[in-house]
Design a protein around this ligand. Structure first.
Ligand code: TC6
Length: 694
């Protein structure tokens, strides 16, 4: 075996030269890997003992893409396009051997090979769009030449990978290899050489482009169909333009067009924000005082207390991960209802063709219902998801403590209550943790994990790993009212309510936040979630909110009652402004002695967003969140903050903390002390720093 670079080696195995990339963790295309592959091809071409070449990877995966840590740094030779050109023009057939994931530049490298084989579990895709860019090493030019324009549009603008079987079906993989991959790839390469099969240069294959050439409307149709999904994002449009280039330009020109469109994105704020977010999400997995090698508790079974909307949604996550669930309710009727809802949710997904009946049956077979808490005695984790009442929760935890086996984790899904206090209701507070799922719990990716003063490192590490297993993105936070997400959300809500009293139209407040990139504004959101939820919480706390209370007193609970802040026609989810609500607002403003005025969109945005940022500064100062970037993860995955703005902390740095600080002082002069900048914000401004510097 010859080392070409530190990360790539070359070895002749009989008549086949095998180039192996070995650059943990994911064989990303750093300079050493690029140079190694190019050197490996040259070595194999020069090696008279071989007549075919295999490109394979050691470790858990084929090349998972460009090395994202190199983005933004001066480019180093050789560029990936040069490496791919060297492969494509090799005089001996090159076969890519794919396991794990061939993503981004990794798939582009494979597309530069003459043939591709893969193990059945392999996945291939071009996820660059998720990083705010496009495949910049020929991916937008080669993929449509292999799978056709329609499929390439879907794969490149979604960024979602496809499995080996599908890749084989669409011609992206030439053979699925059962058994040892490298051996299978060598056998395939030998066959190609022996049969004198052509050296397939994808860049010269134009047949699959013909249909789109005849029917250019395919692009505008695709744009129209996906307008909602692409709203606010810059990268998908450039991906589409690059694929148009593949159809309309000769390959070398198309490649140039791709490069221009790539560079346009790469220097933009969206790409920077999305790449920042990629690393933020991974960083959130790491808890500074919980070592990486902390032993984990095996979670093979779960119990859920409460079969309401949250309990049912939480159960679905576990079932889908293959973990048996026992769900407990107080009455048979409530239990049947809860299980019925889970079943009908799955049935709806089956009828839409997004889940097989077989998978649904498997999930349902893992679910057991019970009306007896005792049935949770053997489970590895219990998640309590009953209504928000401290006394009742303490009682349940006291019982669970007696029933559940030693070593079982006792978690609460509370979104408001003090998890330390809940832990103290047991004899094992170190096993108690908050697992705050977001509604709908089977859909929303965020899992806000709440550590108490006593939660043990093992329990924290186990719950972080568990989150990944059930498809969630976790962020660990400390105990405070509303934790991180809802505590910040409350600040936005207060301002939204105040703005409509001062004269802003509620549909304007919603529009400004929608245009900022949120899925919907605060009033439409409240109508969707149910206005009665907040009303009950306010009543419990003895606080009032004049407009919100008045609409609830009229039974206007939102979409479910057909009326809320807006009116909804029967069967429709489209909000329509309602004069009755306008009257309520005008009266409330009059009662409060407020002179109503015009409020600009700019003021609406600043007044909704800046108090959240200010609250986040306090949260950081109190150590409730570990890092600013964790707060961004919470807001993107839990509240629909547009990922292309990176999250509230990243956005604050982008706007400039000094600008935010100065605006806050202006609002303070107009509206009072609630606008006092947090000490941390003030400190960062004085030091000329941003949240990124913490
Ligand atoms: C591209 O290719 C553009 C081409 C244009 C050419 C001009 N670079 O996710 P995990 C690190 S764009 C650097 O926990 P998994 C990651 O930070 C790229 N580092 O593992 C983490 O480090 P830590 C297109 C990377 O098994 C560690 O690897 N490619 C990269 O759950 C493990 O990661 C993508 O967008 C990278 N490309 O999932 C693919 N990738 O341990 C991005 C990962 O120090 N990657 N790391 O925290 C993924 O989707 C996933 O990592 C995975 C593995 C599916 C490959």
């Amino acid at each position: 075996m010859t080392a070409i670079t530190d990360f790539v080696s070359y070895e002749a195995r009989g008549t086949v030269g095998v180039i192996t990339v070995d650059s943990p963790p994911v064989n990303a295309l750093s300079q050493g890997v690029r140079a190694g592959i190019q050197g490996g091809i040259k070595a194999a071409v020069a090696d008279d003992s071989v007549n075919a070449i295999v490109l394979a990877c050691a470790g858990r995966t084929f090349i998972a893409g460009a090395d994202i840590t190199e983005f933004g740094k001066p480019p180093q030779e050789p560029g990936l396009n040069d490496v791919i050109a060297t492969m494509e023009s090799s005089t001996k057939p090159v076969v890519a051997a794919i396991h794990g994931t061939a993503l981004g530049g990794g798939l582009e490298t494979a597309l530069g090979c003459h043939y591709r084989v893969a193990v059945p579990s392999a996945k291939v895709g071009l996820p660059e769009v998720k990083l705010g860019i496009l495949p910049g090493a020929g991916g937008t030019q080669r993929l449509p030449r292999v799978v056709g324009v329609q499929k390439a549009l879907e794969m490149i603008t979604s960024g979602n990978p496809i499995g080996a079987k599908e890749a084989h079906k669409v011609g992206l993989v030439d053979q699925v290899v059962e058994g040892d991959l490298t051996e299978g790839a060598i056998a395939f390469a030998k066959k190609v050489a022996a049969e004198g099969r052509p050296l397939v240069k994808i860049s010269e294959q134009n047949d699959k482009l013909a249909e789109a050439k005849k029917n250019p409307a395919i692009f505008d149709d695709f744009r129209k169909k996906n307008a909602r999904k692409f709203r606010g994002f810059e990268a998908p449009e450039n991906c589409i333009k690059a694929i148009e280039g593949a159809v309309n330009l000769p390959f070398p020109e198309g490649l140039k067009r791709e490069r221009e469109l790539f560079m346009e994105l790469m220097v933009g704020e969206q790409a920077k924000a999305q790449q920042y977010f990629f690393f933020s999400e991974r960083l959130a997995n790491k808890i500074p005082d919980v070592p990486k090698d902390t032993p984990l508790i095996d979670i093979n079974t779960a119990g859920i207390v409460g079969a309401g909307t949250m309990g049912g949604g939480i159960a679905m996550n576990f079932l889908q991960a293959g973990i048996p669930v026992t769900i407990v309710e107080t009455s048979q009727e409530a239990l049947d209802k809860g299980i019925g809802i889970i079943k009908s949710n799955y049935a709806a997904t089956v009828s839409k063709g997004r889940l097989s009946q077989e998978a649904m049956d498997k999930y349902m077979s893992l679910l057991t219902g019970s009306t007896n808490l005792e049935d949770l005695k053997d489970v590895d984790i219990v998640i309590e998801a009953i209504f928000e009442n401290m006394d009742v929760k303490k009682e349940v935890f006291g019982k669970l403590d007696k029933i559940c086996k030693q070593g079982a984790i006792l978690a609460t899904n509370t979104s408001t209550l003090d998890v330390d206090e809940i832990g103290e209701a047991t004899s094992r507070p170190e096993y108690v943790i908050g697992l705050h799922f977001f509604s709908p719990a089977n859909v929303m990716r965020l899992l806000e994990e709440v550590r108490t003063k006593k939660t043990s490192p093992t329990v924290m590490a186990t719950c972080m790993a568990l989150a990944k297993k059930i498809g969630k993105v976790p962020a660990m936070v400390g105990v405070c009212d509303g934790f991180v997400g809802n505590r910040m959300l409350a600040k936005r809500g207060e301002q939204a309510s105040q703005l409509i009293l001062e004269g802003a139209k509620l549909e304007d407040v919603d529009r400004v936040l929608y245009d900022f990139g949120f899925p919907m504004g605060p009033f439409a959101m409240s109508d969707l979630a149910g206005n009665d939820v907040g009303w009950r919480i306010r009543q419990g706390r003895g606080v009032t909110s004049p407009v919100a209370d008045a609409i609830c007193e009229l039974g206007r609970f939102g979409q479910k009652t057909g009326d809320g802040y807006y009116h909804y026609e029967k069967g429709s989810r489209t909000p329509q402004p309602d004069p009755i609500v306008e009257e309520i607002i005008v009266k409330a403003a009059r009662d409060a002695g407020i002179n109503r005025r015009e409020v600009s969109d700019e003021e609406i945005l600043k007044r909704c967003i800046y108090p959240m940022i200010n609250e986040a500064a306090k949260i950081l100062e109190e150590g409730i969140a570990t890092r600013a970037s964790d707060i961004d993860v919470i807001w993107v995955y839990g509240y629909g903050w547009p990922i292309y703005r990176g999250g509230p902390m990243r956005y604050a740095d982008h706007i400039g903390l000094e600008n935010i600080y100065n605006d806050m002082l202006k609002f303070k002069a107009e509206h009072g002390d609630e606008w006092t900048p947090a000490p941390l914000l003030e400190k960062l401004v004085k030091e000329g720093k941003g949240f990124k510097d913490l």
